[in-house]
Design a protein around this ligand. Structure first.
Ligand SMILES: Nc1ncnc2c1ncn2[C@@H]1O[C@H](COP(=O)(O)OP(=O)(O)OP(=O)(O)O)[C@@H](O)[C@H]1O
Ligand SMILES: [Mg+2]
Length: 390
């Protein structure tokens, strides 16, 4: 036995490789006669190699005659033009079927027409199964569509959220305005009630206490020499009565500073600040207008109450040695600042629950359409600043 030559061995290997390729290979000569018909084509066409070899392709696949694939095959053979026919543009170009053949499911395919070098010119028709790639493509398209849909949903949700946030903010704003109006109204009401009570205290209780005082003084004068015990009791009655009258005055002042309606805000403020400063031994810096200001009653009361609360807080918590008050106005605005050089206020304390002083000051100022600030003073201390339209 003679050994096959190297080229004979290679040719054999080539045929085996061609037969086992996982792509279809057909080679036709210039007359379109089949020269190569590999195993893959056999499997997918049902036509055996022996049956196909040497026969014109169009007799094996009559449906090709005059079609696009046939035209491009002619161009490849005559002019040497290669082509690629993808499944997406040219469905089921060759009558090939998926496996098992009996199911007759047309094969989705990509067809490459590759003119081979050499004369006469042959053409290789290479066929690949495009089903998997196309399935993947379809799945990717579906996923892209789902992604697009979920993106659109997300966008519409964000829009809805923004919209409801806007309406919520609007609602909160509305409610805040309503509450501020209500707070302002209640404060005005309470001021009016206090003023009424103060008037009644003055007119009724004041008259009764004064009448008693006059009578006791009369008794003291008229009864002449009294036993020491009686004289002492009478004197104690007078002293207690005077205390009662003082107390009534203090209560009345707290409810409705009489100075305010008689002398106006500047004088009242000066008196209030001096009294509290003396009580707490504070050095005092006052920047008040020289003349009285023409303010509405509500605005005067607000200025008075804010100053009163700021001073009370300074006395209770600040451990200050100096307090300064600024009251200034221009055509449009009034500015009130009460400053101490004490320990300073921290934010948690300022917002602590069940504390009403700072909240009350804020509400009073907001109800007059103004702005309110608590500021830290360097190096230490607290400044309460209120600005209100005149
Ligand atoms: N001038 C200040 N210096 C230091 N701390 C202050 C000053 N003013 C207020 N504070 C702190 O802020 C807190 C809140 O004050 P706010 O006036 O609201 O309430 P309060 O004085 O404790 O109680 P209320 O005024 O209701 O009787 C105080 O408890 C105190 O700790
Ligand atoms: Mg307070």
């Amino acid at each position: 036995m003679t050994q096959p030559t190297r080229s004979e061995g290679l040719a054999e290997l080539g045929w085996q490789a061609l037969a086992s390729l996982n792509v279809g290979v057909i080679v036709v000569d210039p007359d379109e006669r089949v020269r190569v018909w590999n195993g893959w084509i056999v499997a997918h066409s049902g036509i055996a190699e022996a049956e196909a070899l040497d026969r014109p392709l169009r007799t094996l696949f009559p449906s090709l005659e005059g079609g696009y694939l046939h035209e491009t095959l002619r161009a490849a053979l005559e002019l040497g033009h290669p082509s690629v026919l993808s499944h997406s543009l040219h469905e089921a170009q060759l009558p090939l079927y998926g496996l098992p053949l009996g199911a007759q499911v047309p094969l989705m395919q990509h067809v490459h027409l590759i003119p081979l070098p050499g004369t006469p010119r042959h053409c290789m028709i290479q066929v690949t199964d495009a089903s998997a790639a196309l399935k993947r493509e379809a799945m990717l398209k579906r996923k892209a569509r789902l992604l697009q849909e979920s993106l659109e949903l997300q966008h519409s949700l964000i829009n809805e959220l923004e919209h409801s946030q806007d309406s919520l903010e609007l609602l909160v704003q509305e409610r805040t305005t309503q509450l501020e109006e209500l707070a302002g109204h209640l404060q005005d009401l309470s001021e009016r009630e206090k003023a009424k009570l103060a008037r009644e205290l003055h007119d009724e209780l004041g008259a009764i206490l004064t009448a008693i005082r006059i009578d006791i003084s009369w008794l003291q004068r008229s009864l002449g020499e009294l036993p020491p015990m009686g004289a002492a009791k009478l004197q104690r009655m007078l002293t207690n009565l005077d205390r009662g009258i003082q107390l009534k005055r203090r209560i009345m002042e707290g409810m409705r500073p009489t100075l305010l309606s008689t002398f106006g805000i500047v004088v009242t403020l000066r008196e209030l600040v001096r009294e509290v400063a003396a009580l707490n031994q504070w050095a005092l810096t006052l920047h008040l207008p020289d003349d009285d200001l023409q303010l509405s009653e509500e605005l005067s009361i607000t200025v008075f109450r804010v100053t009163q609360e700021a001073l009370t807080n300074a006395a209770k918590y600040a451990e200050a040695t100096r307090v300064s008050i600024v009251l200034s106005v221009d055509e449009r605005e009034l500015l009130l600042a009460v400053e101490d050089n004490g320990v300073g206020i921290n934010e948690q304390d300022a917002q602590a629950p069940r504390r009403h002083g700072i909240l009350g000051m804020k509400h009073r100022v907001f109800a007059r359409g103004g702005s309110f600030e608590l500021q830290k003073v360097a190096p230490h201390g607290t400044r309460v600043v209120a600005r209100m339209p005149r």
